[in-house]
Design a protein around this ligand. Structure first.
Ligand SMILES: [Mg+2]
Length: 411
């Protein structure tokens, strides 16, 4: 098969958070369901199509939403479930091509150029993806197929809900030109306002505006790129997702640590940071590494691979603490301590629909929720609250890591 002219797909799950909530509680089916905090400062994060029909939409303040639709069912977000579904969503996409670029938990670009031998033309691949998502996740997805990322993304938006739109290369301008300028990448409220004051409201009007005028208005660089987009030129390629290789946290101390209680407490704090980052990124680790730097600056690392991957701090700590205890007594004086988790696997598939492992995991996930709601000072393991010699607050949760997975937008 020749290289298709429309190789880019944008796949977007429909009202993702709300749809997952309905799957969890089927009695909600057909009701106006919204995910978000109902309080005075809350906003809607995701709305079912029934809620949208009643006038609600994402980013709407909850107070207004409750006035507009008093019957709306408000649910707090359950990111663990969304992440689990998101991982399975990603696995489905990866079964068609490795060239996927996730934008958030529920949407991704695919470049299917290399997949047509196996799976047929891009539009057929789009339909197969939709069918697979429906049968394996019981969710609906909308798909845009087009020659560029911009067109594919706009097409999936137009296809919603539960649809697919294929924009052929020859139809790009007919599709693009009637749209408002805000459809283009990089046109926010401010630029749209600037253009609007000149009477430029549609992409067609923008495309026909002399470049000298746009240069003066927006600056030469932005003007050129906007004009390109308005004529359907978008050379951004799909940048495949790469999973992080490891998640780690380490501390360098002002004075060397030599008390075993204190050292273990640091190892616990670092294990907590690593596990919390694993959970927030949706990974579990098979290997735990303890890194220690001696006063001489020599660095020791010790690793252990687990029978079962984990994202639970008490399990990470059990391994790291054990690695520490196996070191000769004479070497227990450190200027740096680090804990790393590697050999990562997505936390997804096995979690959906199953009770999650163990009470420790549940307790830590409750901590994650409290931290999300109240900030990082709200909940830390009790052992970390004991005063540290020389004072100082418990360490901040965010750990360092070597690679950053992308995408964490709304739904
Ligand atoms: Mg979506």
């Amino acid at each position: 098969m020749v290289t298709p002219s429309e190789p880019i797909l944008h796949v977007d799950l429909d009202s993702f958070y709300a749809s997952v909530e309905v799957l969890k509680d089927p009695s909600l089916a057909g009701k106006p369901v919204v995910v978000g905090n109902p309080g005075p400062r809350g906003v809607i994060m995701s709305a079912s199509y029934e809620a949208r029909a009643a006038g609600l939409h994402s980013a709407m303040p909850s107070l207004r939403a409750r006035r507009v639709c008093p019957a709306a069912v408000f649910l707090p977000p359950s990111f663990e479930d969304y992440r689990a579904y998101s991982n399975r969503f990603r696995e489905i996409l990866l079964s068609f091509t490795p060239r996927i670029e996730p934008l958030s938990l529920d949407e991704a670009f695919l470049d299917v150029r290399g997949a047509t031998m196996l799976f047929g033309a891009p539009a057929g691949i789009g339909e197969r993806i939709r069918t697979t998502i429906r049968s394996e996740l019981e969710l609906t997805a909308s798909v845009g197929v087009g020659p560029t990322k911009l067109i594919a993304k706009l097409a999936s938006t137009r296809a919603k809900p539960d649809g697919m739109l294929f924009v052929r290369a020859g139809e790009v301008l007919a599709f693009l030109h009637p749209l408002p300028v805000s459809a283009l990448w990089g046109v926010g409220d401010k630029t749209a306002g600037t253009l609007g004051r000149l009477g430029i409201r549609t992409v067609a009007e923008l495309a026909e505006t002399p470049s000298v005028i746009l240069d003066r208005l927006l600056g030469a660089g932005p003007a050129a790129s906007l004009l390109g987009l308005a004529w359907g030129r978008d050379d951004r390629s799909v940048v495949p997702f790469e999973a992080p290789k490891s998640v780690s946290a380490e501390e360098t101390y002002l004075r060397d640590l030599d008390e075993s209680d204190e050292i273990l407490r640091e190892v616990l704090a670092l294990s907590y940071r690593v596990a919390s980052r694993l959970r927030s990124d949706g990974y579990r680790a098979r290997t735990v590494t303890l890194k220690l730097r001696l006063p001489s600056f020599a660095t020791i690392t010790r690793s252990k691979t687990l029978a079962r991957p984990t994202d639970v701090a008490s399990e990470v700590y059990a391994v790291a603490g054990d690695l520490l205890r196996r070191l000769p007594q004479t070497r227990r004086r450190f200027r740096l301590i680090g804990v790393a988790a590697s050999n990562l696997v997505p936390a997804g598939a096995e979690q959906v629909g199953l009770v999650r492992a163990g009470r420790w995991g549940d307790a830590e996930r409750a901590v994650d929720r409290a931290v999300r709601r109240f900030g990082s000072g709200a909940a830390v393991p009790a052992a970390l609250l004991r005063p540290r010699r020389g004072g100082g607050a418990p360490p901040d949760p965010p750990g360092s890591r070597t690679r950053h997975p992308k995408g964490n937008g709304g739904a």
